[in-house]
Structures are given as structure tokens and as C-alpha cells.
Ligand binder design. Structure first.
Ligand SMILES: Cc1cc2nc3c(=O)[nH]c(=O)nc-3n(C[C@H](O)[C@H](O)[C@H](O)COP(=O)(O)O)c2cc1C
Length: 290
């Protein structure tokens, strides 16, 4: 029997994200087991940016719950993700987890290509900001095969299912998890399916999910994106993953060769400003002392 991991990115018990995950699961028409993981229950510290995990098979120097969550994702056959929109973006628990994402390079074989669907719940129609991008990025950077992602509106716990349309969305997400993928309705990135773009001037656009760049134009009155692969695309193939990993690893040697030029630049800023510290960290690290 397939094991599905439902990731709930909200602390609200029986809130809209939780019931959406469960509703999608209920509509799956094959025997499956649902394991649930509320991301806010797990202690996940901020990434320290030390890059050590790249050189240690994905093992992070911070010993918290991050590995446990990554292992749960790796062990699943498929993912259902739902998280609320908070202040025009997806709930920060997703980003906090994602920031530790250099660890995925140690688990590519375990992670690559799992079918996944995702939803963000926004309280006010039109006020979802960039939350769907947060859902798309999370699933993409967990190296899943993103089958469909959606925005659903509803503020009060349970309110999403006062609207029958959202029951239909839950069913459609369930169908696409192990069936045909469903593209977003508007113009999408032809490479990754993302629908969030940065307009770079003229007809130039960049996809905010896969980071590829191209042009926007019209064809018989419809918007058309012509997006071409670049060196650092995230992540259309497994080769993209290993290329990016190798590039990151190569940065160590680049740093060594450039250290003498870089150090005077940073040291020049050492004594600028006075740090405000939290109460338990009153003594400044040596590097910041006058
Ligand atoms: C701190 C906070 C910020 C929010 N920001 C937004 C927002 O920017 N846009 C929006 O449409 N809804 C916003 N909401 C509403 C939630 O997205 C909405 O209530 C959602 O159903 C919550 O999902 P949950 O029940 O899974 O927690 C916010 C809610 C909270 C608590």
C-alpha cells in the first residue's frame, strides 16, 4: 500500500490546511495510508550558511528535528502539502525548513520524483500574495514531481468547505496525485509550470520557480511565455541537481583563491554600527568586539 505524507504548514489544529490535506487524501481512489506531519510542531533552527552539509553527505551540523522531517519526506511515496497564506507569503515554517535545503543533495536518490500536490489557503480572495510560489518552490526543492498546486480561499477553520468549488479542487488534486498532472490556468512557464514571473524590462521575463529566463509575447490574443534553460535552473532534471551541487562544492576552492581579496572588503565593515542583542546574548562575538 502506498504511503502518503501529508505536510500541514499551520499550527491551527483542524484548521483549513489540515482538513484540506485530509480531504485530498479521502478522494484518492486507491488504497493508501496517510501519515501526517505538522511542520510547526518540529524544532527547525535557521540555516547557519556554513555549507558543511555539502561535504558531509547532507548531514547538517545543527542537531534538531530537520533530519527527522527530511527522512519522513524521503520515506513517503507521495506528498500532499497545505499551508496558509500569512502576510502575502506562505507560512514561514515552510521557508525555515527549505532554508536547510542544501541537505537534500545528500538524499537525491531518496527524494527524486515523488508525486506531490500542494495548496495554500488564503483568508481573503486575491490576498494570497506570493504564497503559491512558496508552495511550488517547496515541492520543487524537495525534488518532487509537482502534479498540481492550487490556491483556496477561506478564513475561519472549516470555511473552505462551505464552498463546493473547494471540494472539487480537493478531488482534482487527489486525482492528479497519481493521475495526469494539471497545469495552472493562466500562462505558465513551459519548462516547470510555475506561474510567478519577474518582468525584467522589454519583453524579458524570469520564472520565479525554475529561475529560467525568456520572453513574453502574444499569440492570437493569448499571452505566451518562451522560457529557455539557463545554467542554474532549479531543477528540471537530476543532472541539474548534481550540476548545481558540484557548482556549490566548487565554491570552496573559489573562496580559497579569492580569500585574500575578499577579507579586506569584509574587515573594513567590522566596526561599523552597534549591535542590539537579545538578553541572553549580551556579549558580542570576538569578531564584533571593538
Ligand atoms: C498572522 C496571519 C496572517 C495572515 N495573512 C493573510 C494574508 O496575507 N492574506 C490572506 O488572504 N489571508 C491571511 N491570513 C488568513 C489565513 O490565511 C486563513 O485564515 C487560513 O484559512 C488559515 O489557514 P489554517 O486554518 O490552516 O491556519 C492570515 C492569518 C494569520 C493568522
Amino acid at each position: 500500500m502506498k504511503q502518503i505524507l501529508g505536510i500541514v504548514g499551520s499550527a491551527r489544529r483542524l484548521g483549513n490546511s489540515e482538513i484540506m490535506v485530509k480531504a485530498i487524501f479521502r478522494h484518492i481512489d486507491q488504497p493508501c495510508e496517510l501519515l501526517l506531519l505538522r511542520l510547526t510542531d518540529f524544532q527547525i533552527e535557521s540555516c547557519r550558511g556554513c555549507y558543511q552539509c555539502l561535504f558531509k553527505d547532507g548531514q547538517c551540523v545543527i542537531h534538531d528535528d530537520h533530519q527527522l522531517v527530511l527522512d519522513a519526506i524521503a520515506a513517503a511515496d507521495a506528498l500532499i502539502l497545505a499551508a496558509p497564506t500569512y502576510f502575502l507569503g506562505v507560512h514561514s515554517c515552510l521557508k525555515r525548513f527549505l532554508d536547510r535545503g542544501l541537505t537534500v543533495y545528500g538524499s537525491v536518490d531518496r527524494l527524486w520524483g515523488k508525486p506531490a500536490v500542494g495548496v495554500t489557503i488564503a483568508g481573503i480572495p486575491g490576498m494570497e500574495g506570493n504564497a503559491l510560489l512558496g508552495i511550488d518552490s517547496f515541492l520543487k526543492l524537495m525534488l518532487t514531481d509537482v502534479r498540481q498546486t492550487q490556491i483556496v480561499y477561506g478564513a475561519l477553520p472549516g470555511e473552505i468547505f462551505l464552498n463546493d468549488k473547494n471540494i472539487g479542487i480537493a478531488k482534482s488534486l487527489a486525482d492528479s496525485l497519481f493521475g495526469p498532472a494539471v497545469a495552472k490556468p493562466g500562462p505558465c512557464c513551459p519548462l516547470c509550470g510555475g506561474d510567478t514571473f519577474r518582468f525584467l524590462g522589454g519583453d524579458q521575463v524570469r520564472c520565479m520557480v525554475c529561475s529560467n529566463t525568456g520572453t513574453i509575447g502574444t499569440d492570437h490574443g493569448s499571452l505566451v511565455m518562451d522560457i529557455r534553460p539557463t545554467d542554474h535552473q532549479l531543477f528540471l532534471t537530476r543532472d541539474d541537481v548534481s550540476n548545481h551541487r558540484d557548482w556549490l562544492i566548487g565554491m570552496k576552492d573559489r573562496f580559497k583563491t579569492m580569500r585574500d581579496r575578499l577579507k579586506p572588503i569584509t574587515l573594513d565593515y567590522r566596526k561599523v554600527g552597534r549591535w542590539i542583542k537579545p538578553p541572553d546574548k549580551t556579549s558580542a562575538p570576538e569578531s564584533e568586539k571593538e
